[in-house]
Design a protein around this ligand. Structure first.
Ligand SMILES: Nc1ncnc2c1ncn2[C@@H]1O[C@H](COP(=O)(O)OP(=O)(O)OP(=O)(O)O)[C@@H](O)[C@H]1O
Length: 556
């Protein structure tokens, strides 16, 4: 548990200044509260000892306390305001860093898609588990630092007057301070159950919602609702267990703080005239301490929840990346001829091999038509060429350089892929296109749209290039969205294009028109056309068929 949490803190180096400033602000605010009660205590203790308020005000101590009371009263709300402001700002910044870190780690580990991972569960990790980490700072570190400052200040203030009283007061308060460490391990299991249940609930909701049409068409809403109910019940049970631990911690904390209060009260009553002032002061300090230390035992459950969140994040973030970046990357080659030699590949050790001793040459400027039945491995070949997966045998070279030695980003600048189910993102058409070429001018966007046979459609839209595509491109029909995605790929300056069924979604005439303009759109570039069948207008330089894990020449 401690290792995960220490590692989390290590991931926030850029926010160290903010985090530290938050702790300092919280300590100042708590100590200001303490000082306020100390000063009030002094005035009252002086009055009680002197027998009447007026006389107390005239004693040196009472007068000094009164002088300090006003600035401290003014300082305290300011300190409290700054405390909340800075600690929350520090948390927001640290969590934002954490999300980006986690997202990048996922992107490295899931280049070929989620595979068997559940989208809802990953979303839960990215949102809820990252959020649970705010408890580590806001509900554990900050209160612990403030409480420690309170205990030390109290020991100093009371210790100067009466060390025995200071020990009596400090003992239960130190116990309250340490209680979270005692309670956290027991709460850890409940924290893990709650985090897991939260992930399961998100999956149960996201999965049927993403495919709502299919869920409804199959009358599956009853089953989906039952899954959500079961996942919700599991989450409630886990959260109830966590809440029980939190309540237990809260009650124990209150008990310890009250013990300190009662102890000092008993001392004050039992002390003679000499000890009365110190005893009364201790009562005031115990009241002040209650605010800071009363929260501490609950920090145990926050610690457990943060540790469960951290565990789940690291579980996903530490999975081995399918393709490691080269330890010693080589310079990108000038040429872009592709060669596969003796490539063997299976997606997992227990899955059948997709390729077995595959050889393939794509010379610069060639147009290869790659045919093959469903499941033959056409998309898998594209995944290998973009290093979304790495072959277990053989090598793949680009311009004579093994792609294993090229950084993935360099390779992907040279090879662009229109995937089979290319996705439009929830942004404008222009932004979707510029994913492939961020610097592209408007004229270049229109050129790519025209080449993909979708320029007229976009011209007819009131907002043109600024039209929002909606999530997954829902604003457009399947065929229109595919042509927009094709325009994006054609816009890419990459010298090698892999186009998986580029004419899918086009009617016969438009398909013909598109394939005829392909020459112009891809002039000078190598193109791998993944097709189920040839229409006769593709004019490939070679036709290959993937069969039994190998590429064999096919008749046109
Ligand atoms: N990302 C992936 N993770 C795990 N297995 C995969 C992945 N992509 C493809 N496969 C598996 O690899 C095999 C070949 O699939 P692939 O999609 O490459 O065939 P294809 O020729 O493109 O088929 P289609 O013409 O139907 O698109 C299939 O058994 C498939 O389940």
């Amino acid at each position: 548990m401690a290792r995960d949490l220490i590692r989390i803190l290590g991931l926030w180096p850029a926010r160290r200044g903010w985090l530290l400033a938050g702790v300092v602000a919280a300590i100042c605010s708590t100590l200001a509260g303490l000082a306020l009660l100390v000063l009030a205590g002094r005035v009252i203790a002086g009055a009680v000892v002197a027998g009447q308020a007026g006389a107390a005000l005239l004693t040196g101590i009472g007068l000094a306390a009164l002088v300090w009371l006003r600035p401290v009263m003014l300082f305290r709300p300011v300190a409290r305001y700054l405390d909340r402001l800075v600690t929350h700002e520090a948390t927001f910044r640290a969590l934002a860093d954490m999300r980006v870190w986690f997202f990048r780690r996922l992107a490295e580990r899931l280049p070929a898609g989620l595979g068997l991972r559940e989208a809802g569960d990953l979303l839960g990790r990215l949102v809820a588990d990252v959020e649970s980490l705010d408890g580590l700072y806001l509900r554990v570190i900050v209160p612990a630092a403030s409480s420690l400052a309170v205990v030390v200040a109290m020991a100093l203030v009371i210790g100067a007057a009466d060390p025995g009283l200071a020990a009596l007061l400090a003992l239960p308060l130190v116990a309250a301070l340490l209680l979270p460490l005692v309670l956290a391990p027991a709460a850890a299991r409940a924290g893990q159950d709650a985090a897991r249940a939260q992930g399961a609930l998100r999956s149960a909701v996201v999965d049927p919602l993403t495919g709502l049409e299919d869920t409804l068409a199959a009358n599956g809403e009853g089953r989906a609702a039952a899954r959500v109910t079961a996942a919700g019940a599991a989450l409630s049970a886990a959260q109830r267990a966590l809440a029980r631990r939190s309540a237990l911690g809260g009650a124990s904390g209150a008990l310890l703080v009250q013990a300190a209060l009662l102890g000092s009260l008993a001392w004050a009553l039992g002390a003679g005239q000499d000890g009365l002032a110190a005893g009364l002061m201790a009562v005031f300090l115990a009241i002040a301490a209650a605010e800071a230390l009363g929260l501490m035992p609950r920090a145990g459950t926050s610690l457990a929840a943060a540790s469960a969140g951290a565990r789940r994040l690291f579980e996903a973030a530490d999975a081995p990346a399918p393709v490691a970046e080269p330890a010693r990357p080589v310079a990108a080659p000038a040429g872009h001829a592709i060669r596969l030699a003796g490539v063997g590949f299976a997606w997992a050790p227990d899955r059948p091999a997709v390729f077995d001793n595959l050889d393939l040459d794509v010379p610069e400027g060639a147009r290869i038509a790659l045919l093959g039945p469903s499941g033959a491995g056409k998309s898998t070949l594209a995944a290998l060429l973009l290093k979304f997966a790495a072959p277990q045998a053989g090598r793949i070279t680009l311009g004579g350089v093994d792609i294993a030695d090229l950084p993935a980003a360099e390779l992907r600048r040279r090879v662009a892929w229109l995937t089979q189910d290319a996705r439009l993102f929830d942004d404008s058409i222009a932004a979707n296109l510029r994913l492939a070429a961020p610097e592209a001018s408007e004229a270049e966007l229109w050129k790519a749209l025209d080449r993909a046979q979708v320029g007229d459609l976009v011209r007819g839209l009131p907002e043109g290039l600024e039209t929002q595509c909606g999530e997954g491109g829902l604003r457009f029909s399947g065929g229109q969205a595919r042509r927009l995605a094709l325009a994006r790929t054609l816009l890419s300056p990459a010298p090698v294009l892999i186009l998986d069924e580029p004419a899918a979604g086009l009617d016969a005439d438009t398909e013909r028109a598109f394939l005829q303009t392909l020459d112009e759109a891809t002039a000078g570039r190598s193109v791998i056309l993944i097709l189920h069948h040839l229409t006769g207008v593709e004019r490939p330089s070679r036709i290959l068929r993937l069969v039994g894990g190998r590429a064999i020449p096919a008749a046109g």
